[in-house]
Design a protein around this ligand. Structure first.
Ligand code: CU
Length: 478
């Protein structure tokens, strides 16, 4: 049925054209475009457009934008689905699946109205297919293997062709054995810029995907059958302190876009500013319909973009507000030992059980500064140092660094913020303070300041080291 000339495909054995139907430009296939690959996990400079309408290109956190070529009036891209090695943060790598050398794959950027032709070559050991999440397109281009197209067998290349009908924030991911393929890291961002360069334009536009893995400390390959117990909470398959900062100039208009391809929701919270959601999965939000917020929940499969004017200089935290998601790999059997001194005990246990990570005696903060023996290829649970000490974070955490005098498109890490004198919280060193007023807690038989986790097997000890008198049990009387 398709009168496709094969002449152009010399040297590209195994190429299959999936699309049938009324698609123009078929005969213009000269050869499959090159498939660029990326070997680094650092944020690459945005890819400034050289053809077509002007737009502010996005900065993909710890990622890059896929170069394209024009072929007639088609913008051609080439994705290669393949096994990749991704560094989550210095000290830990994962053996994942991704596209063009990385997980997530490169960001695809184009302009509303563009005709895009995306070649997808499958170098995985199993079939795949690519779904263009959120796009309006002909049904046969939607990428659900079996439903909209045959699965792409290993070694074959399929072609997707569609015209970009709406500007906005999109993603791509497999729709073929997706539980395995997404758990292995296959996904990417897809940004369609407005045709009118002035429409909702910002000075800096960041994108990242929320993704999660379950990788046992000391191993490299994600457990793909995991449903809930993920231990690597990532932005673009990176965890803090491996996530690059979001560097912006003072008074820049800034957009931050993310899409959620994990199996739970993530309330993304940014410090220092209120922002307005400007774009959802379905398109742009009318400015009159957006209200000021400081956290925005992103449900599974959703995309959100928010805008703000960066008029407060500083190092502003941005993170998922689920506190377990700002942690790196840990055993889920962490016990609560608040009140129990066991620093030495932990070290002794770790000698025979590498990776043993108890919760600290004074909360978990001390884990950030404690040197614990770790197995190869894992990360401390909470780590990363800043100018005042350990940040005690991991996972989905980064810093929006707002600085005066940055050149346009300068995304280099400017280092830590230099606070104007007298603007940092400081230790009180004046006269002895009067007792702070405080409420009284229900009669638990212990003083609030002496609160300890009690081991039911042992008598509760008072501050003098002697067993306390039996506590009146008020909690069971509610
Ligand atoms: Cu989260």
């Amino acid at each position: 049925m398709t009168t496709l000339s094969r002449r152009g495909f010399i040297g590209t054995s195994g190429l299959v054209v999936a699309a049938a139907g009324a698609v123009s430009g078929r005969t213009a296939f000269a050869a499959v475009p090159e498939a660029p690959t990326m070997t680094e996990a650092t944020t690459q400079a945005p890819l400034v457009p050289t053809t077509g309408p002007d737009y502010q290109p996005v900065a993909t956190l710890n990622g890059w934008t896929l170069p394209w070529r024009m072929n007639g009036d088609w913008k051609e891209f080439h994705l290669v689905a393949e096994p990749v090695v991704r560094e989550f943060a210095p000290g830990m790598k994962g053996y994942l699946w991704g596209y063009n050398g990385q997980s997530p794959g490169p960001t695809i950027e184009a302009v509303e109205g563009d005709k895009v032709r995306i070649y997808v070559t499958n170098k995985l050991p199993e079939s795949t297919a690519v779904h263009w999440h959120g796009q309006r397109l002909p049904n046969g281009m939607d990428g659900v293997g079996g439903l909209n197209q045959p699965h792409i067998p290993p070694g074959k290349t399929f072609v997707y062709e569609f015209q970009l009908r709406r500007s906005g924030t999109y993603m791509y991911h497999p729709h073929s054995d997706e539980m395995v393929q997404m758990a292995m890291g296959m996904m990417g961002f897809f940004v369609v810029h407005p045709k009118d360069p002035a429409f909702r334009r910002v000075d800096r536009d960041f994108v990242f995907l929320l993704n999660a893995f379950d990788i046992e400390p000391g191993s490299y390959v994600p457990r793909v059958a995991e449903m809930t117990e993920f231990n690597m909470w990532c932005w673009n398959s990176r965890v803090f302190p491996g996530i690059d900062p979001l560097v912006v100039g003072l008074n820049d208009k800034v957009r931050i876009r993310f899409g959620n391809l994990t199996m739970t929701n993530h309330p993304i919270h940014m410090h220092g500013y209120e922002f307005k959601v400007s774009c959802t999965d379905g398109g742009w939000v009318d400015p009159a319909a957006a209200w000021d917020e400081v956290s925005i929940d992103c449900a599974v499969g959703q995309m959100r973009a928010f805008d703000f004017v960066a008029d407060e200089p500083g190092d502003w935290a941005i993170h998922c507000h689920k506190s377990h998601h700002t942690m790196n790999a840990m055993g889920h059997s962490v016990k609560n030992y608040i009140g129990v001194s066991k620093k030495d005990l932990a070290k002794r246990i770790a000698r025979i059980a590498p990776g043993y990570m108890p919760m600290g005696s004074n909360g978990m903060g001390e884990m950030g500064s404690m040197e614990m023996p770790l197995p190869d290829n894992t990360l401390p649970m909470m780590t990363g140092f800043a100018q005042f000490g350990p940040v005690e974070m991991g996972g989905m955490f980064s810093v929006v660094k707002v600085r005066e005098g940055l050149a346009k498109n300068d995304y280099k890490d400017p280092g830590w913020f230099k606070h104007p004198e007298g603007t940092v919280a400081f230790e009180y060193k004046g006269q002895k303070l009067a007792e702070a007023p405080r409420g009284t807690s229900p009669d638990s038989g212990i003083e609030p300041t002496e609160w300890r986790v009690k081991d039911p097997r042992k008598p509760s000890l008072g501050p003098d080291g002697k067993p306390r008198p039996a506590a009146k049990n008020s909690h069971s009387n509610h």
